[in-house]
Design a protein around this ligand. Structure first.
Ligand code: FAD
Length: 228
């Protein structure tokens, strides 16, 4: 509610639809692999992330026009198996699917993160695509900065932290947006069968090769993925 009110007021809004849709799936099943796993396949992206010992999140890139009804459990497991090459790496540990929701990959940043005495944090301040898993991390970062600034204002009558709130948070938000955008380009080749798509796919593979082979590239990835 506050985001909508502020966006209509005096702030700038930087927004982008990345043109990609994921089906976000929660399965009542233990993780199938020991780490977060991203799979690139000509059918589209697939992802695997442990959530708890009994629950695992999976992602499948799907056509934007698909609905959750187009994806019954059996189709989800079959497609995950194809994209994650289970015939080579072993079967996925399956279980009932408790959530299947399309997620459109979007970015949306307000600037400044404030209107008069209203301060925005978390998804109200900035939306980020889940490709680099940064949204909750940014929300906690902003909440921590804002909590410190509010404490200074209320306890010591010092409003410098509040005045600097946007200036402190926005560079970190944009850095996460930039990495998230880099991840989108890493994880999604075009799905078409034409020369332009072939070229883009070759670039994607080259980027992955570089990430596999170059220590400098791995350091860049690790620093941004884990957080500065
Ligand atoms: C599929 C998916 C996967 C994700 N995975 C990751 C990940 O792996 N890592 C990561 O860091 N981030 C991830 N994120 C992003 C993360 O979930 C969000 O960025 C984060 O939850 C934002 O926190 P928030 O407190 O700003 O908003 P929310 O968590 O959305 O909390 C807002 C709360 O306000 C309540 N609310 C809304 N309107 C009102 C109202 N009018 N009155 C009262 N209450 C109201 C809502 O019910 C909600 O409980 C993911 C997001 C999605 C969609």
């Amino acid at each position: 509610m506050t985001r909508r009110a502020v966006a209509a007021a005096s702030v700038s809004r930087h927004t982008r639809d990345h043109g990609i849709t994921w089906l976000a799936v929660l399965a009542q099943a233990p993780q199938s692999m020991s780490a977060v796993t991203y799979a690139l396949h000509d059918n589209g992206f697939a992802g695997h992330m442990a959530r708890s010992p009994e629950v695992t999140r999976y992602y499948l890139q799907i056509p934007p026009t698909d609905t959750p009804e187009d994806w019954p459990d059996e189709r989800i497991w079959t497609e995950l198996g194809i994209r994650m090459r289970t015939s080579e790496f072993g079967p996925l540990r399956q279980g009932p699917i408790t959530e299947r929701a399309p997620v459109r990959l979007r970015s949306d940043v307000l600037d400044p993160l404030q209107h008069a005495r209203l301060f925005l944090a978390g998804d109200a301040a900035s939306l980020i695509s889940p490709s680099a898993a940064k949204g909750a991390n940014l929300a906690i970062m902003a909440a921590e900065v804002l909590a410190g600034a509010l404490a200074e204002a209320l306890l010591h009558d010092d409003e410098r932290g509040l005045a600097a709130y946007s200036r402190t948070c926005l560079p970190r938000i944009w850095r996460a947006q930039e990495f998230s955008h880099w991840m989108i380009n890493l994880l999604h080749g075009p799905l078409g069968a034409d020369p332009a798509a072939d070229f883009q796919r070759a670039l994607c593979r080259a980027r992955l090769d570089s990430l596999r082979d170059s220590r400098a590239h791995q350091d860049f990835f690790a620093e941004n993925y884990v957080g500065i």
